[in-house]
Design a protein around this ligand. Structure first.
Ligand SMILES: C[S@@+](CC[C@H](N)C(=O)[O-])C[C@H]1O[C@@H](n2cnc3c(N)ncnc32)[C@H](O)[C@@H]1O
Length: 528
């Protein structure tokens, strides 16, 4: 039972992009478990297994962020495992191991893991291997552990399967995988351009949306763009499933559905309340309800959390559970022309500034962003802002309930974490980027930030990145920028731009530096 298909394994020929995936981080997974009444293992001292870890793009920054925990990544591609080992060695990570192996050979002697991750594997391996994947999750998951398994879903994938088929037909004579991808992309764009009456055609609308959303662009890694299409859409095996089928498959292995890693997804936020109530009435179980929401949303992908089937789950959410968690927010306070006050995210999700204690807490989180605060510290800071003495219990409950409600709407409004990502809100005198991000910046502009999110460097911050080791002060950083720009100032994608009129070179460079450092701090790329 193997999916390496005899000859060379396709991932050894074309590696998968080395990226981190925020939702897989135990700090986020454990927060969801806590909300649902579990007592997940402490993320600062846990064991993590990633199955299908590719070149370590996810596990390397994760292991760096949790130095007291231990990590094992396995993958069938030798070349990718070599690359992962090289990164771990270059960064001196002693809490991380990689093994080149087939998941079907996972040895019971490896023992149990508190968190298991299989991102982008389930739908992309043959049925029998998929079955062994869930069997491995069951066998290796600690009694109170949580497994993360992502997969493509129906009905959303029905349309995408048609695109896959079109590309496969068009490129069936080509053997070079990269050529296949390039030709396939162009072909889909041409088909779109030829659809008759495109403005009235649901198919044209779908293709347009498909190209816009699924052909991911990386500013400096066209090889990653090709690799993603090749391994995601065009993978030899690509079996999307209905959510209820996945849940049944998991149940057959003694695992039960906990929630989605993207927690707001389990809420019918985007469905009219009366329609959500109708779906609820039609549903006999949580799995039914979620399946019906997938029908309504034409869902294409899920990242599902699983636990052992004997673990009691409390689905009635309770703000009290927030008291042991860290909270962060990516909102700004806004007062509109009509005097309405609210907190708004970059994507325009909104939370009304109605409860004084919650508004004070969100203002505090805005002032320390992208850092998180422990709930107790956040409550204290909000009380101080409002001059409330003591620790008024009622206000604490209001705050906890409000933060929980906002988290259920959008994690940019409020994010809950079971650990404290130690990032700076403001660039210190000797700014330091994590060694992982500096290492990654040598190969790509997409790096992992201290919150285990993908962040993109621009031209200025790419120039600064190698010098942000905590040893260079502003003066040294200015010198580096000056030598790079040679008398001109703003470093644009095209090169160096002229000093704006009325500004000295020194002033313009200093401004450029401060802007670059503020961007890095805002992107959670600087250590506290
Ligand atoms: C689509 S990629 C996803 C990689 C990574 N998890 C990510 O999301 O960036 C699938 C990965 O699973 C690995 N893989 C496929 N079949 C496997 C098997 N039987 N055992 C172990 N790894 C396997 C591939 O080598 C590849 O790295």
């Amino acid at each position: 039972m193997n999916n390496s298909q005899d000859k060379s394994f396709i991932y050894d020929e074309v590696s998968y992009p080395e990226l981190c995936y925020s939702l897989t981080h135990p700090g986020r997974v454990a927060a969801i478990g806590t909300l649902l009444g579990l007592r997940p293992p402490a993320v600062e001292h846990c064991r993590v297994l990633e199955i299908g870890c590719a070149g370590g793009g996810n596990l390397v920054p994760m292991a760096h962020s949790l130095p007291g925990s231990s990590f094992l990544g396995i993958d069938l591609s030798e070349r990718q495992i070599d690359s992962a080992r090289q990164s771990a060695a270059a960064l001196g990570l002693s809490n991380l191991q990689f093994r080149h192996m087939n998941l079907i050979d996972l040895d019971p002697e490896l023992g149990e893991f508190d968190y298991i991750i299989a991102h982008g594997v389930y739908s992309w391996v043959p049925g029998p291997v998929r079955d062994r994947l869930l069997a491995a999750c069951k066998r290796h998951l600690a009694a109170d552990g949580i497994a993360y398994v992502s997969y493509n879903t129906l009905p959303g994938w029905n349309n995408i399967l048609a695109v896959r088929e079109m590309i496969n037909v068009r490129t069936r004579h080509l053997s070079d995988p990269r050529e296949k991808v390039r030709e396939g992309r162009e072909f889909i764009a041409s088909i779109l351009a030829m659809v008759p009456h495109p403005e009235q055609s649901p198919f044209a609308l779908f293709l347009k949306d498909y190209i816009a959303t699924r052909f991911r662009r990386f500013s400096d890694r066209s090889d990653w763009e090709e690799s993603m299409l090749l391994h995601d859409e065009l993978s030899t095996v690509n079996d999307p499933v209905y959510f209820h089928q996945f849940a049944t498959h998991a149940a057959s292995h003694g695992l039960q559905y906990l929630a989605e890693a993207d927690f707001p997804h389990v809420m019918p936020n985007d469905i009219e309340p009366e329609n959500a109530a109708k779906l609820q009435q039609m549903s006999l179980s949580v799995v039914d309800f979620e399946q019906y929401m997938d029908f309504v949303r034409d869902q294409t992908f899920r990242a599902t959390l699983l636990v052992h089937d004997n673990v009691p789950i409390k689905r009635q959410l309770d703000g009290e559970k927030l008291r042991g968690l860290y909270v962060s927010s990516r909102t700004r306070f806004v007062r509109d022309e009509d005097g309405k006050e609210f907190f708004r995210t970059a994507e325009d999700a909104r939370w009304p500034a109605e409860e004084a204690i919650t508004s004070a807490a969100l203002l505090h989180l805005e002032s320390i962003a992208p850092r998180a605060a422990h709930f107790n510290d956040l409550f204290k800071a909000a009380c101080q802002m409002l001059n409330l003495s003591g620790t008024p219990e009622k206000a604490a409950s209001v705050l906890a309930d409000d933060l929980l409600a906002a988290f259920c709407v959008d994690t940019q409004l409020v994010e809950l974490l079971a650990y404290d990502p130690a990032c700076a809100s403001i660039a210190p005198e000797h700014p330091e980027m994590s060694s992982v991000a500096r290492h990654q910046a040598r190969q790509s502009r997409i790096v992992s930030n201290l919150r285990h999110e993908q962040a993109e460097l621009d031209t200025t911050t790419s120039v600064l990145a190698p010098l942000l080791d905590g040893q260079h002060d502003r003066k040294a950083l200015l010198q580096a920028l000056a030598s790079r720009t040679q008398g001109a100032v703003t470093i644009t994608e095209q090169g160096a731009a002229k000093v704006p009129e009325g500004t000295t070179v020194d002033e313009a460079l200093a401004r450029e530096l401060e802007q670059g450092l503020a961007t890095l701090a805002g992107a959670a790329l600087l250590l506290a």
